[in-house]
Ligand binder design. Structure first.
Ligand SMILES: [Zn+2]
Length: 484
């Protein structure tokens, strides 16, 4: 029996899908206001393990992941660059898909974009108004959390010290400020506006996932995933909107992936420990090494990214590849007295039991590596028959259908993964500290702090990097370092 830890209720429960043999899975997708970083990929890789394991256990999985291409952050970014939302978000969406493929993550069945689902969002807001769960104020529409008694059950927020009737417009806010949240935001001069039957405006972030999950999975579905930072307010608000509008339980199992930290610290550009996939590949690693590292820590534990841990991932992946190579080298017709059948059966049992236990990846990998360790000496001694080698190789492939550590047809480790070079117009990659300075200058420019942005430009020129601002963003070139 598969068991998952359900954030709703805080217990590990047997997994029983609503429809036998079929699992409907929704994962909150990227907000495409910037390139993804490795922390973003952790939740995606975990969701891929979950999906592959369900498929391995014989379920048909319908997987939906949204793309948030309109929210506070994308609007702010597009405005700062003077671009349409579409032009602003496009390179980030492309980078997301390219990096997904490089990390051997199986594509979802649907990638709905928020801007393509405004009528569905309006439909839910209208239902919430009609049923008395929402109210209008100054051109915006808010969800009244007092009208929904189950509010707070997922995140266990403290509802006692909130001020009655307090409300907020921001998409993101802290647990300490529980309040009525915006479903639909009044038009502002510098924001995109949709003319709709509930009035002009644009959606709040939370309503987007309620609308897109219902459209592709129905009002009730099996599993909703995301990072722990999505639990409040995002997922709490999704439950409130969906259940109040539809009158049925929204989701049965909520699975949340913990944070990634780098060298024990939160990733931040200012600390110089901020990594995109491209930064790691520039150091000579394979994207699949990154996948191994992201998967090797249980999803509900904090993952500490270090280059030592990445080197261990390289070794682990090489051991699997070397083992398959040795098995392939067993000559045709080779006889051997080793009974590999029971070893494979034990490995399979351990692998499955581990993953059935809330995706206990450490136990599953231990089963695989124990097998490799016990068979390697038999191979050296020539005791594995050709038929035995086939049985062993078939099991490794079987396990890899879940793990995805070997390149597969959807895995394209092409040059496209370097999102940075795509934007910069060069195949060369900058050092993380130089990139951090460029990003800082972009923020200074966006804030119209031109003295600061010019100072950073001069500083980079002294280090031999010249910047050019184009309509596609900033480009850089290497030149001889220039004295001030
Ligand atoms: Zn979401």
């Amino acid at each position: 029996m598969i068991r998952f830890h359900n954030t709703l209720g805080g217990r590990t429960e047997d997994f029983v899908p609503m429809e036998p043999g079929r699992v409907r899975l929704y994962a909150c997708g990227p907000t495409v206001y910037d390139f993804p970083h490795i922390g973003n990929w952790r939740a995606n890789v975990f969701e891929d393990l979950l999906k592959r394991f369900l498929i391995y256990r014989g379920f048909q999985v319908v997987h939906v992941q949204n793309i948030t291409d309109v929210d506070d952050k994308t609007i702010k970014g597009a405005r700062a660059r003077g671009l349409s939302l579409d032009d602003y978000t496009r390179p980030y969406i492309e980078a997301f898909f390219a990096e997904r493929d490089a990390l051997n993550i199986r594509p979802a069945d649907h990638y709905p974009r928020a801007t393509g689902h405004i009528p569905e969002m309006v439909g839910i807001v209208k239902a919430l108004l009609d049923k008395g769960f929402a109210y209008r104020k100054d051109g915006s529409i808010y969800f009244a959390i007092d009208r929904f008694p189950a509010y707070g059950r997922l995140s266990r927020v403290n509802l006692e010290d909130r001020r009655p009737g307090s409300r907020g417009d921001a998409d993101e806010y802290e647990k300490e400020s529980v309040h009525d949240f915006a479903l639909w935001k009044a038009p502002k001069a510098d924001e995109p506006v949709w003319e709709t039957e509930i009035g002009p405006g644009r959606p709040g972030w939370h309503i987007e996932c309620s609308a897109m999950s219902a459209k592709y999975l129905g009002p009730s579905f099996d599993i909703h995933c995301g990072g722990v930072d999505n639990i409040f307010p995002h997922h709490e608000n999704e439950i409130a909107q969906s259940e109040a509008a539809n009158g049925v339980k929204f989701v049965n199992y909520w699975l949340h992936c913990h944070h990634l930290v780098v060298d024990g610290q939160k990733m931040a550009k200012s600390k110089g420990n901020f990594y995109r996939l491209a930064d790691i590949l520039a150091r000579g690693y394979d994207p699949l090494d990154v996948r191994v590292l992201l998967l090797s820590t249980h999803y509900r534990k904090m993952l500490n990214f270090t280059f030592e841990a990445l080197d261990q991932a390289v070794t682990a992946r090489r051991r699997i590849g070397d083992f398959l190579g040795e098995l392939g080298a067993v000559p045709a017709g080779a006889a051997g007295d080793a009974a590999v059948g029971p070893l494979v059966e034990a490995a399979r049992a351990g692998f499955v039991a581990g993953l059935e236990d809330d995706l206990n990846i450490a136990e599953a990998l231990a089963a695989l590596f124990t097998l490799i360790k016990s068979v390697n000496p038999l191979l050296v001694e020539g005791r594995v028959s050709r038929a035995g080698a086939d049985v062993l190789a078939a099991f490794v492939e079987e396990a890899d259908a879940v793990l995805g550590f070997k390149p597969s047809p959807t895995h394209k480790a092409s040059g496209r993964i370097d999102a940075r070079s795509e934007v910069m117009g060069t195949a060369e990659v900058l050092k993380a500290e130089d990139q951090a300075r460029i990003d800082e200058r972009q923020r200074a420019r966006a804030a119209k702090d031109f003295a600061r942005s010019d100072a950073i430009r001069r500083e980079l020129l002294e280090r031999g990097i010249i910047l050019e601002d184009t309509k596609d963003g900033v480009r850089w070139k290497r030149v001889a370092p220039q004295k001030p």
